[in-house]
Design a protein around this ligand. Structure first.
Ligand code: NDP
Length: 493
């Protein structure tokens, strides 16, 4: 490990640029910083409360002009071109994403590709938000329509800021809504740069896409409480999501919530253990553990516990931390100093309440000290009630739990306030089916982990969320169902 990272020069971006009129920002200046080096990535202007109100008005007026909401062909073409633009700009956007968020360049490239794929999927669906005709008798006709809602507010987190934006933005637009985006304050530059590609499309009507910037407590709250925002699509922490839901409940507006997790990854003794070992590392440490679906609780069956843990410990110790722009790096920093402090707090608690097997050994180099690095950690022997077992840490900390037999595996997996994802590793498909049916999670991977498809719905049980994104349900969330009934009799009664 070198003492400092040698990186290509960077001139901080000054955003939003003059041509980016889809951003409504007249407030204070703020910077985003690179969690690897602490250098400024971009200087931006925040939105004021008046800006948020103006952005919603602009989106409302665009919805009222009707063209966009009634023309699936235009929406389809605009979104297909957007997917291509994201792909064509992949390298530039991936580098910016890595600088602003800290994930490895390979992960950033995947995120931009995945985003393009998501947009493309919903581009196709923009032409097929079909309703249906219902036979209600000789003298009457009924038609069920799926109509757009109006203005949708999309609020996003910083961990996968592009793909999580696209999985709400693309179906919302495909369904004919107009959208106001409020990105996370730690990753606004990459969001603005991605949105600029869409805003540049000559067929995107004025006001269909608007972006506001600034803190969640002020700008986010102003968007959520604006009664002209017909729906809020929120991705973030469970606590913040619950508040969003309460605010929207005041005037009964629609909310979709994609929230936190503490996902169990269950390895049975009959599994392909080499594959399960790869899966356990990927599940827990991708993006330094900052993934809502992270397999942050590893459940190991008694008979394989010691051996598997020994191999896992060796693998985790060998993970290469470093500059995420360096292609040999396997784990970058966490996103910010405050995230680093919060994760380190859980590591200390794990050490006090259980056994810290790995997690003490961050190379003491200037480069790692300067960045927001956290050594990947494994903690065992914790009581099930420990905060380290129960709470979402959102960092590279893996809790390992031991079980004996299927029933206990299910019981431990279910002992959680969350229900976002789970992994099951076994060669017995009947067992996979039984356990898969018994575990309350929105996504369950069998003999794999962290595979996402735009076609497949995601979402949470319990405090992991409300509603579903992606797939067909993902576009239906952004529509309202309407029944039109025609009577063709000559008299009414
Ligand atoms: P937060 O809940 O802190 O923030 C999410 C977004 O909400 C940010 O844009 C934030 O703005 C904004 N916000 C904060 N307070 C308010 C408010 N009062 N009203 C309206 N908006 C507000 O989450 P993080 O950004 O820290 O993201 C990490 C969390 O997201 C984890 O819990 C993770 O599990 C979850 N997540 C869930 C996913 C899922 O699919 N279920 C996917 C990815 C992440 P600001 O940045 O300015 O604070």
């Amino acid at each position: 490990m070198t003492d400092t990272f040698v990186r290509p020069d960077w001139t901080p971006l000054d955003l939003p640029r003059a041509e980016q009129s889809f951003c409504v920002t007249n407030g204070d200046r703020f910077d985003t910083t690179d969690p690897t080096t602490g250098e400024v990535v971009a200087s931006l202007t925040a939105s004021t409360l008046e800006d948020v109100a103006g952005a919603v008005e602009r989106a409302r007026a665009a919805f009222g002009r009707r063209g966009w909401r009634n023309d699936g062909q235009v929406r389809c073409r605009v979104l297909f071109r957007y997917a291509e633009a994201l792909r064509a700009n992949r390298e530039r956007l991936a580098e910016l994403l890595t600088r602003e968020q800290g994930k490895t360049l390979a992960e950033s490239r995947n995120e931009i590709e995945g985003s393009a794929d998501m947009v493309e999927f919903y581009a196709g669906l923009a032409r097929s938000t079909y309703g249906r005709a219902i036979p209600v008798g000789d003298d009457a006709h009924s038609v069920i329509l799926r109509e757009p809602l109006g203005v949708v507010g999309v609020i996003t987190p910083w961990n996968w800021p592009v793909v999580l934006l696209m999985r709400a933005l693309a179906p919302a637009l495909a369904a004919g809504n107009t959208v106001v985006v409020k990105p996370a304050s730690l990753t606004p530059a990459v969001t603005v740069e991605c949105l600029a590609l869409l805003a540049a499309d000559p067929d995107l009507p004025e006001g269909v896409l608007t972006c506001v910037l600034g803190s969640g407590a002020v700008v986010g709250d102003a968007l959520v409480t604006n009664r002209h925002v017909e729906m809020i699509a929120f991705t973030g922490e469970s606590g913040t999501g619950i508040n969003v839901l309460k605010q929207a409940a005041n005037d009964l507006r629609k909310v979709s919530l994609e929230l936190g997790g503490k996902s169990p990854n269950i390895v049975f003794a009959d599994a392909d253990l080499d594959k399960a070992l790869d899966g356990a590392v990927n599940a827990a440490f991708t993006t330094s553990g900052q993934i809502c679906t992270a397999g942050s609780r590893l459940l190991l069956e008694d008979s394989i516990y010691e051996d598997f843990l020994a191999r896992l410990t060796e693998r985790v110790r060998a993970l290469r931390l470093g500059d995420p722009l360096d292609p040999t790096t396997q784990m970058g920093p966490v996103v910010s100093r405050s995230q680093q402090t919060s994760v380190n707090g859980y590591v200390e608690l794990g050490r006090a309440e259980g056994k810290l097997l790995v997690g003490d050994d961050l190379d003491d180099t200037e480069a790692l000290r300067q960045g927001c690095y956290v050594a990947p950690a494994i903690v065992t022997d914790l009581p099930r009630s420990s905060r380290v077992v129960q709470e979402e840490i959102f960092g590279p900390v893996l809790v390992v739990q031991r079980f004996s037999g299927e029933a206990e595996a299910i019981e431990i997996a279910e002992d959680s306030q969350f229900g976002l994802a789970a992994g099951i590793w076994t060669s017995d498909l009947n067992r996979a089916w039984r356990v898969g049916r018994a575990v309350s999670s929105g996504t369950i991977w069998i003999n794999t982990y962290h595979h996402f498809y735009p076609e497949a719905e995601v979402g949470g049980f319990r405090q992991s969320g409300l509603g579903r994104q992606q797939g067909l349900e993902g576009i239906h969330e952004f529509t309202e169902t309407k029944h039109l009934n025609f009577d063709s009799k000559s008299t009414l009664f």
